[in-house]
Write a protein that binds this ligand. Structure first.
Ligand SMILES: [Zn+2]
Length: 223
């Protein structure tokens, strides 16, 4: 029983490692390109409030957030009021400090099948630098053809979004376990169908009752 528990834990750990590796791989490959949102939403109906835009894509989510201020007046069409995703900065009402700093947030979640790790980059408004990151390991990647719009900096996310994280770990653990266990099961089936020992293949002429005289398979009970 303890042995099974240990095996399950090892597979869960491997699943978690693969999940993080996949998420970071997507970050490195995709970059931190900002997708300009098509539609803005308010975090709350009453000020103080955030204005945010939520973009979804395969393997990533992007949340662009800033303070409402006079944003509503500049827009002729009424903005939608909506709840930001639970990992977003817009989920917590803006503080006095937020107003004083006047910052915007770029939040990215990455991962597959479900984005499950995220990081935040704060940008003081009016200018793009300096940027401050939260929940991220900042790395530089080498690119042969660097364009002006594609930076060499990557923010590897460290914050977990727990529900998709657990779902991904379950997905990858099951996948790894299947890949490791299935070939053995198939091999045993083939050996047994040929009338041989399921472990070593020694020809038992289809009689498995006495176990295998060659490797001892099926004889543990007698020993
Ligand atoms: Zn055998």
């Amino acid at each position: 029983m303890i042995k099974h528990l240990r095996t399950i834990l090892v597979f869960l750990l491997l699943g978690a490692i693969v999940n993080v590796a996949v998420a970071w791989g997507i970050v490195v490959a995709r970059g931190d390109s900002i997708i300009m949102p098509a539609q803005f939403k308010f975090s709350d109906p009453i000020p103080p409030r955030w204005v945010f835009s939520y973009t979804k894509g395969t393997g990533f989510r992007m949340l662009y957030t800033f303070l409402s201020d006079d944003f509503g007046k500049r827009r002729s069409s009424p903005l939608q009021v909506a709840r930001a995703p639970n990992w977003g900065r817009a989920r917590v009402p803006p503080t006095r400090e937020d107003y004083e700093l006047g910052e915007e947030w770029h939040e990215y979640a990455h991962g597959w099948p479900w984005p499950s790790l995220f990081s935040r980059v704060r940008t003081p408004s009016e200018k793009l630098f300096p940027m401050k990151s939260e929940g991220a390991i900042k790395v530089h990647v080498w690119r042969s053809s660097t364009t002006a719009t594609m930076s060499n900096t990557r923010y590897l996310p460290l914050y977990a979004i727990w529900r998709p994280f657990i779902a991904n770990v379950a997905f990858y653990s099951t996948l790894i376990a299947s890949l490791l266990i299935l070939p053995g099961l198939v091999r045993r089936q083939i050996l047994a169908s040929r009338g041989g020992c399921a472990q070593c293949g020694y020809d038992l002429r289809g009689d498995f009752s006495a176990g295998c005289s060659e490797c001892g398979w099926g004889r543990e009970a007698e020993a």
